[in-house]
Design a protein around this ligand. Structure first.
Ligand code: ZN
Length: 140
């Protein structure tokens, strides 16, 4: 599948210290009526919670990283699930030795300081619906 979209506007700013990273990005999208877009961010977190999708049993496995980490890269998208904007993001996080951890960004990742850019697109609506093959809510 492929949808052709156009960039409509770009939001850029800083997220609040102590807030949940995923929930903050989702709240911004709802507040600014972003239904389709691209999210990028850099910064640092006080602690993180990542998920890994186990393809065999079709379950997310959580991993907690209870320490300060740099967000070396956050890349995600915005689409619609159950009638609401939803942010799907993956992150790479680095510790003080430069070791990196990566995965699906989960609730429970707490912001130290984060700068984001959200590119807002128009021209299509991508909705997530349950996909029986993968067990994931994929675009249709
Ligand atoms: Zn994911």
């Amino acid at each position: 599948m492929a949808e052709e979209v156009k960039q409509k506007r770009v939001l850029m700013g800083r997220l609040d210290h102590g807030d949940d990273l995923l929930n903050s990005l989702t709240a911004l999208c709802k507040e600014h009526d972003v239904q389709l877009g691209k999210v990028t961010a850099i910064g640092a977190v006080q602690k993180a919670k990542l998920e890994y999708y186990n393809q065999w049993n079709k379950q997310y496995e959580e991993s907690e990283l209870p320490k300060p980490l740099e967000i070396t890269s956050l890349v995600g998208n915005v689409s619609i699930k159950d009638g609401e904007p939803v942010v799907h993001a993956h992150v790479n996080l680095a510790d003080s030795d430069g070791n990196t951890y990566g995965g699906h960004l989960a609730e429970g990742t707490i912001i130290f300081a984060t700068e984001y850019i959200i590119e807002v697109y128009e021209g299509a609506i991508l909705k997530r619906q349950f996909d029986g093959v993968t067990g994931l809510p994929l675009w249709r």
